[in-house]
Design a protein around this ligand. Structure first.
Ligand code: MN
Length: 267
């Protein structure tokens, strides 16, 4: 069994070390991670500059790129064959609700899924003094389940661990992504030269109340497991938008009004 471990906090993050060590009980672990912190890199890919890979140990590589770069290099180049499982983390801080859109940790797992590798993102609640040992034990538990039962098509697992000792975690809850609201997300200040600058900050103030919300599991001291699908199409509203269609739909025998040509084809 071959397991790829990556993250967005960088190769030196203790969360990565704890995860790799714990998963080595499950299979042969390969670590391919960014050479520095790339938190909030989302799904960025480096296209306009070269990537450098530095081997730091047996099956341990640091890459001068994003988490998604790391996954591509690992799966398509560095590993002798695609891994049986990809685990990204353990991130310092939760990736709940809308966080998954910004998170490099989750994007690494998404990229694994795109490449056909069963993938999971693991994040630990908190800002410091992380109980990574507890997070790693839950990561191993779910990793074994994924390896045994597989994952549905185009689906990854987003795991969030409450920051408390293993014994006081109350279990695993299956949850949905929630919505959050930020208070004062843009900070405006003046620099020493008298010029205005901005800082995207914002402290999390409130979560939407929804059924089986991921943040509620953590509030109750439980691990949150959200299955995430790559297809973000809103299938329920397709019919509402179909009346906006123009041109002929293949096989439908129907003609609609074509928009006036602007003359030039967009490339
Ligand atoms: Mn991070």
């Amino acid at each position: 069994m071959r397991i790829l471990v990556t993250n967005d906090d960088g190769i030196h993050s203790p969360g990565l070390t704890a995860l790799a060590k714990a998963l080595s009980k499950v299979g042969e672990v390969w670590v391919v991670a960014p050479d520095r912190e790339r938190t909030a890199a989302a799904h960025a890919v480096t296209l306009h500059k070269p990537l450098r890979v530095q081997q730091c140990g047996t099956r341990v590589y640091a890459v001068s790129g994003t988490p998604v770069d790391c996954v591509n290099l690992a799966v398509l180049k560095l590993l002798p064959a695609p891994p049986d499982l990809l685990v990204s983390g353990i991130n310092k801080g939760v990736n709940l609700g809308d966080d998954v859109l910004y998170s490099g940790t989750v994007s690494a797992a998404m990229e694994g899924t795109i490449l056909g590798v069963p993938s999971m993102a693991v994040s630990q609640e908190g800002q410091e003094h992380f109980h990574f040992d507890a997070g790693a034990r839950y990561a191993v538990r779910i990793a074994r389940l994924i390896l045994k039962e597989g994952l549905p098509d185009e689906t990854l697992v987003n795991l969030n661990i409450p920051n408390r000792p293993f014994k006081s975690i109350t279990g695993v809850r299956i949850t949905c992504l929630s919505r959050r609201r930020f208070d004062n997300p843009i900070i405006e200040k003046i620099d020493p030269h008298g010029r205005t600058y901005y800082w995207i900050a914002g402290t999390r103030v409130s979560w939407s109340r929804s059924k089986d919300a991921d943040h509620e599991a953590l509030e109750q001291g439980a691990v949150s497991l959200t299955p995430i699908h790559l297809d973000t199409t809103n299938h329920g509203v397709l019919d509402r938008f179909r009346k906006w269609e123009t041109g002929r739909r293949q096989g439908m025998g129907r003609m609609a009004v074509l928009p006036k040509s602007k003359g030039k084809q967009r490339s």
